[in-house]
Design a binder for this molecule. Structure first.
Ligand code: SF4
Ligand code: SF4
Length: 213
C-alpha cells in the first residue's frame, strides 16, 4: 500500500482559491487510508464550508478512478467531466496526481494528500510502517523476507552494526533491530549461511526513473 496523509484543509483551500469549478478525484487503487468516492465527497463538503468562511463559493464535482496512475483508465474516466473543470484536486498518491496532470496539461491539478512511503499495516487501526523504498534490487530472498533498506535504521546491507541490544536498535530502542529479526528468521528457516554472503554497495541507478515493460 502507498501510505498518504491528508494535507491540512487550509493548505488545500490556498491551492484551489483562484479556481471555482473543481473536480475532486478519488482513487480506488493502493492508497491507504482509502481515498475513493466517499472521501472525495467528504472533502468537497469540508472545502465548501471552508470556502464559505473565506467568502468564496466553489462548485465541486466528485468522482473516483480505479487506479489513478493508469493513464488509459484515468483518461477515459475523467474525459467527460474535464470540460467543466477549471482545476482538479486529486486524492491519489503523487503518481496519480502526475498522471492526471500529464493527461490534461491545460488544467491545473493539485494534490490533496501528502505521499509518505510504501508500507504495511501490522493490524487494523495500528501504525503504518515503511516496508519498501523501491530500491530496484530486491534483497528479500536473502534476508528472510525482511527489508534491511527500510527496516534497519542505518539501511545496512551487511548487518548487524554491533550496537543492537536485546533485539532493539541502538539508534531507536523502540524499534526492533532489523538484522536481529533477519537473523531469527534465517535461523528458523535453517538458512543462517546467508548471513555470510557479502552484499556490495547498492547501485542506486537501479532505482531509476523508467522501466520498459
Ligand atoms: S530490498 Fe529494495 S525492493 Fe526489496 S523490499 Fe527493500 S527497498 Fe524494497
Ligand atoms: S541496531 Fe540493528 S537496526 Fe539498528 S542500525 Fe544497527 S543493525 Fe540497523
Amino acid at each position: 500500500m502507498i501510505v498518504t496523509t491528508p494535507k491540512p484543509l487550509d493548505e488545500v483551500l490556498d491551492l484551489i482559491a483562484p479556481y471555482s469549478n473543481i473536480l475532486i478525484v478519488g482513487c480506488d487503487g493502493c492508497t491507504t487510508p482509502p481515498r475513493g468516492l466517499r472521501e472525495a465527497k467528504t472533502l468537497s463538503q469540508l472545502l465548501e464550508l471552508g470556502g464559505k468562511l473565506r467568502n468564496k463559493e466553489f462548485a465541486f464535482e466528485v468522482t473516483t478512478t480505479t487506479k489513478q496512475c493508469d493513464v488509459y483508465l484515468t483518461a477515459s474516466t475523467l474525459k467527460p467531466q474535464m470540460s467543466r473543470a477549471t482545476a482538479v484536486l486529486s486524492l491519489a498518491c503523487g503518481a496519480g496526481v502526475q498522471t492526471i496532470a500529464g493527461i490534461f496539461p491545460e488544467i491545473p491539478v493539485f494534490p490533496a494528500q501528502n505521499t509518505h512511503f510504501i508500507g504495511t499495516e501490522e493490524r487494523e487501526g495500528g501504525t503504518l510502517e515503511q516496508r519498501c523504498a523501491a530500491c530496484g534490487d530486491c534483497l528479500l530472498g536473502e534476508t528472510g523476507g525482511i527489508c534491511p533498506v527500510t527496516r534497519c535504521t542505518k539501511g545496512l546491507l551487511n548487518g548487524p552494526c554491533g550496537g543492537s541490544k536485546e533485539g532493539k536498535c541502538e539508534v531507536d530502542d523502540e524499534k526492533d533491530c532489523a538484522w536481529n529479526l533477519i537473523y531469527e528468521r534465517l535461523e528458523e528457516q535453517g538458512k543462517l549461511v546467508l548471513l555470510k554472503v557479502y552484499r556490495p554497495a547498492r547501485d542506486y541507478q537501479k532505482s531509476g526513473w523508467r522501466i520498459t515493460t
